[in-house]
Write a protein of this length. Sequence first.
Length: 938
Amino acid sequence: MLKVISWVNEIRGAARKEPNLKLGRPVLEYLARVWHSPHAMSELPKAYEPTEVEKSWYQAWIDGKCFEADPSSEKPAYSIVIPPPNVTGILHLGHVLNNSIQDILARRARQKGCEVLWLPGTDHAGIATQTKVEKQLREEEGKTRRDIGREAFLEKVWEWKEKHGGIIINQLKRLGCSCDWSRERFTMDEEYSKWVSKVFSDLFKQGLIYRGKRMVNWCPVSLTALSDEEVIMKPQKSKLYYMKYELVDEPGEFLEIATTRPETLMGDVAVAVNPTDERYGKYVGQKVRRPFPAAEIPVVADEHVDPEFGTGALKITPAHDKADFEIGVRNDLAIIDVFHADGTVNCPEVKDLDGLDRFVARKKAAAMLEELGLMIKVEEYENKVGFSERADVPIEPRISMQWFLRYPAVDDATKAVAEDEISYCPAHWAKTYANWMNGIQDWCVSRQLWWGHRIPVWYRKEKSEDLQAAESLTLGDLEAGDLHVSTEPPADPENWIQEDDVLDTWFSSWLWPFATMQNVGEESDLVKKFYPTADLVTGPDIIFFWVARMVMAGYHFKGELPFKNVYFTAIIRDIQGRKMSKSLGNSPDPIDLMDKYGADGLRFGLMRIAPVGSDVRFDEVQIEEGRNFANKIYNACRFRRMAGSDSRVDFDIVASKSLRPYHLDILARCDALAMKLDIAYAEYKFNEVGGQLYDFLWSEFCDKFLEAVKGDLRDDASEEQRNTTLGVFDTVMARYLQMLHPYMPHLTEELSSRMGYLGEGEFLMEKLLPSNGLLDGVSAGLVSEAQAQADAVYETAGRLRNLKAEYRVAARKDVSFVAKSGPAWVKDESETIALLVGAESITRDESYLPEQGTPGAVTAAGEFFMPLDGLIDVEAEKSRLDKEIEKVQKEVGKCRGKLGNEKFVTNAKPEVVDVERGRLSEWEGKLEQLQEMRTNLG
RNA sequence: GCUCGGUUAGCUCAGUGGUAGAGCGCUUGCUUCACACGCAAGAUGUCACUGGUUCAAAUCCAGUAUCGAGCACCA
């Protein structure tokens, strides 16, 4: 079956040639013929076509249950939990990078003999999902969620989730992710939700969760509170309005105030000045007139006021500003809320403003002040304004009843990272983490949404109004029996009313590492085997949202850390360094990229440019490189197949008597590669691993080894030569494909299978990576001698090619070289050197006396000459060189003239002069070279 | 204001206390019986700047400039 899958391409190739081919016996006969034909692969497409191959192998792995973790396994455990993507999401490049890394780690761990659990799933993403469904409801039915009610709305969200929720999962599959899909979780699964309720209820009973009226970040579009982390500060061009309030006791005297928000004037309850500010000391205790609605408000002193800013006097609106709120508390001021929840003005006393949107009201209020003669001036001003992360509108500081969490296990969590029990890679993120942990603020966990985990709190019906309006809610109310907080609803639901709010999405995400492995109140083999997890791979942008909170949850609920290592990926930017975003349209669709370059190409290309620590600028060219690399490997194997279809992967290196330097050299380099990869993996240097894999295959294997041994595969080569070379090829390639597998899983599985490197029914992805080297048992002295010889040959080939190019005979293959001196072994290799150089022959002649001007080169393999007689038309070459020299001399003259011109040097820009100098030395160098060649010709 | 990171070829980026690297791009030559998604040859650098440590600094240290990120404040 598997073989058949691997033959898909051959069938397609065959279909092209024999369109009448039908399935069944004729196909098998045809395949047998093709497979054993020495040119089997040459009948295949010259370029690797990944699409079908990737699809087939992914299905084969699924069918073979290769991704499923066995908690009863004796093997050491290795586990990762996926950072659950939003269920509404579609794959972007950040996901590709992040999940490729996880897949690489998982596949590598399997090869190293671990039992691997890579646990996948999705996040319900409260606001994001609800917003999408609300939008659809508005567009399709012209209704709001309130029109249809909570229950019907939630039904719609679930429907939507069923329809679109699988998209990103399928995209991850397309990428080749080896997640254990049989254990896929969703944060709103019934069992998972039980964890959320349990944790909430426990924390409440521990006194860590409380409810109270506080100043929170309010999103006027989503109509919910947000945590501090969901607010993004953005610089905004706004205006600073200078206005004045008249003193009640001194008519005609005014107190000047600067503000960016005149629309909150109706909520002003005081004017504050700094107690040390001598200008205003006399006013403290007096009253000023608020123009609309007319009122007399006090002047108070508060240290928060910066005398340097604006006029040094600050209007106090406790309902609409966090700092003002605190000043209000300190000075016992009233709170006047002048906005509706959606950000429109709620002030019936001021008809002109009532009902206006806050930004319209701002202009209107300013105009009204102008009319009253109370506006002094307006300045352009840039300040920072908090924006709602999801809705992308300025948030409104607002006092409302919310639930808060006092973070648990803060000390343990801080210490774990500081003392490297949890290691961060790159390590510098530990500092960012520590900074946040040190200034940690209570977490507003309630959201005024419908899609999410509803807070598991019930109020006794007859007291519910009082309780819900109460300034605070604590354990006392629970003990009084008026409150029910539990994972289970009350037994007599008709007497209770459940809390309306749902929980912040992250309140479920922070339980992810263990809540995915275990149900509440149940023993779990999975947890025993796989928790704590080994590595967490995520972006540094969610270090507070997710990582820090998971660490605290791990310590508080499980008594230990949730993961041992955290690898923070780079953030992918576009070529201009901007963050990828839909609105900029600079975010390429990974699916398009996979269509064009294959999943393996995309993975490899991205991994090679993802450095540890810094951001990465994405360029499609890099993905193209990944595809080209896949094609290179494919063609190396295709070449191998043309020399014979039988696998010689069992070739006995140690017993072989006919190994040439190139064989030993590539075997040694393959062993060295294995060691380099071990080191790079240990340091999570994925770009280094990619680079090593790339360089080995392309520079060492193809450019050098394969070219050097091509002669062994020609028709005139001996059977032994041929077998040795095929044996070494297969030995190295089989091992190499295994090492490459985590990066390019589909291609390597395909080629290993097609090349016959696998046993019956065996998968490459399940095959252990051997710990032995290919050259174990071979004398080290023999190997290093061989490598020195191989190096000498490659160096010599390079130098002789160089000579050919210099004398413009690069295209000719009839060049003959003379080897005048050199070590004895070179005689055996001269044919290979000639092959590498593209020369007719290299003749050993110790008595050779080169004519004057014969170009030559001295290398580790001896002294070589390229006799020019008959090779080039000496006279023609002379005159070509003369012409060339004349031309270059002219250029040199031009440059010298320019630089000799005092006016040019003094007046021109320094960089222009520099360019000219550079140009001069360039031309001079060229001139010297040409003159030397000309002299050599006599 | 505090913290962190970057500054290396035209571009994107590696790099190490000891002669400066890759890919792309560029120039030249190749359809050579694996690969033009390829082969071969070539050109290209004050490693941001200024000091210090050192036999030796692009690399370590300090400062400056500049770009970026995060946190805090912003009437």
